[in-house]
Ligand binder design. Sequence first.
Ligand code: ATP
Ligand code: MG
Length: 261
Amino acid sequence: MLQVDSITKRFGGVVANSEVSFTVEEGQIVGLIGPNGAGKSTMFNMISSVFPPTTGTITFQGTRIEKLPAYQVAPLGISRTFQNLQVFKNMTVIENVMVGQHMQTKTNLFGMASLLLGITRKERKVYDQAMSYLAFFGLQDIFDQKASSLSLGKLRLLEFARAFATEPKLLLLDEIAAGLNHKETQEMSALINKVRDTGVTVLVVEHDMDLVMSICDKLVVLDQGVKIAEGTPKEIQENEAVITAYLGADIDEEEVEEEAI
Ligand SMILES: Nc1ncnc2c1ncn2[C@@H]1O[C@H](COP(=O)(O)OP(=O)(O)OP(=O)(O)O)[C@@H](O)[C@H]1O
Ligand SMILES: [Mg+2]
């Protein structure tokens, strides 16, 4: 489904990604892992066309996308969440999801406004669909709350729901579980699996090793911009280079969480 081929990204003197290649097969959950600054979010930014790579190619279902603007990539079926959450704080929970659907349904902004007043049948359908997305993520009871009033856990669910509401084929989740407690993280794991079971292919960036190891079919490991390993969770757990670069490193969980929040 996705083929990342020899991607290099330079920011001035910083090489954020260096000759990185990997593939994502349809229906898989693939994890992109590595220490802070390894280049994970940079890779997501290129797959979702926030910016182009310096060199290399990205192919999604046969279409070269590395030079396309984001507005042309999203309709191909790629959606994402952001590490630093991009929900609209002044909108309600359901309005945030409807913004996600907007990209899919092409309802215009006037339609969105009349939708809030409950005017046409088409818009009623969008509203009902939004409620079903909220139910999928367990957010239906708080559909009319302002996003600004939500806890971090609920905000992460809303960010996830908003991205899912675009009906992507490939969903990129950037640290969707950062800052969540153990129970919330387990719920997030179950949700990622549930999303995959609807037929969506998932690429996750995640620091929580338990989560990554339990849900991913394949892991790609970056360290200082370079891919150092690729394989099943079991292979990665036993990989010497990974143990040295990452798993063996004394990661301060609190520090990671604080940074992510
Ligand atoms: N827009 C940018 N401009 C300049 N430098 C950048 C930019 N984005 C990322 N970088 C640099 O690229 C490197 C990789 O950053 P990136 O955010 O991709 O890492 P990451 O693996 O997502 O880390 P984390 O786990 O902390 O989120 C870092 O040195 C970072 O400072
Ligand atoms: Mg990042």
